[in-house]
Design a protein around this ligand. Structure first.
Ligand code: C5P
Length: 227
């Protein structure tokens, strides 16, 4: 079978990563969660004094970018790769609401994007990759053979995210999650550098009312058509 590149973009909490993991497993492809990379840079900024009183020291962070080492390490038990920041497993820390509250501002910084996009292009250079994010089909792999653009209503997405965080033992309010989802949607789709838009040739999926199994089957069918 031909190895291809699958680019999955869309708003936050549309289930991109669940779908991407399922596809990668089924096709025996690498899965790259690019949101985890922006989240890890955000965690680094928060832990190293580049976020003070809610303000981001952009110039300081840019100067420090060379000190940030990001790595995905496959976890056999979980069946997917986890994010390591400078040698430390930060998979849990990068998923908190606090990190979510700053990540879209960090992801607006051109220098951060240039660096992460180069890493992502390198990870996918041999194809056989499913990558999810906001700019995969538009910037990282504009020639991807299969591009998916996922949407769902903000309320449905906020409910999913709320349940996820509660399951992880976080003490969060639904209203705060909804506000975060809407704020990130706005910043991600209005920023100057690589805004979230549907890539040319992308297939759009609104999964507000679609079950996971049904969604996977429909997208897998599309994948088989191009492989
Ligand atoms: O996918 P996830 O919701 O974890 O991504 C977190 C944030 O990282 C997004 O809201 C967006 O600001 C940023 N991001 C991005 N480009 C990507 C992936 C994520 O700007 N390719």
């Amino acid at each position: 079978m031909n190895k291809i590149t699958i680019a999955i973009d869309g708003f936050s909490s549309t289930g991109k990563s669940t779908l991407a993991k399922q596809l990668a497993k089924k096709l025996e492809y690498i899965y790259v969660d690019t949101g985890a990379m922006y989240r890890a840079v955000t965690l680094y900024a928060m832990n190293n004094g580049f976020v003070v009183d809610g303000e981001i020291d952009t110039a300081g962070l840019i100067e420090d970018l060379d000190s940030i080492e990001l790595k995905f390490v496959f976890n056999q038990d979980l069946g997917f790769a986890e994010m390591y920041l400078n040698g430390e497993n930060v998979e849990r820390q990068i998923r908190t609401l606090e990190v979510s509250n700053y990540v879209s501002q960090i992801a607006e910084i051109k220098e951060v994007r240039t660096r992460l996009v180069a890493l992502q292009q390198d990870m996918g250079k041999n194809k056989g990759v499913v990558m999810d994010g906001r700019d995969i089909g538009t910037v990282v792999f504009p020639d991807a053979e299969l591009k998916i653009f996922m949407t769902a209503s903000p309320e449905k997405r906020a409910v999913r995210r709320y349940k996820e965080l509660l399951d992880r033992g976080e003490d969060v309010k639904y209203e705060d999650i909804l506000e975060n989802v809407q704020k990130r949607d706005y910043i991600d789709s209005h920023r100057e550098n690589s805004p979230l838009t549907k890539a040319e040739g992308a297939i759009e999926f609104d999964n507000s009312d679609m079950g996971l199994v049904q969604q996977f089957e429909r997208i897998y069918e599309h994948a088989l058509r191009v492989i």
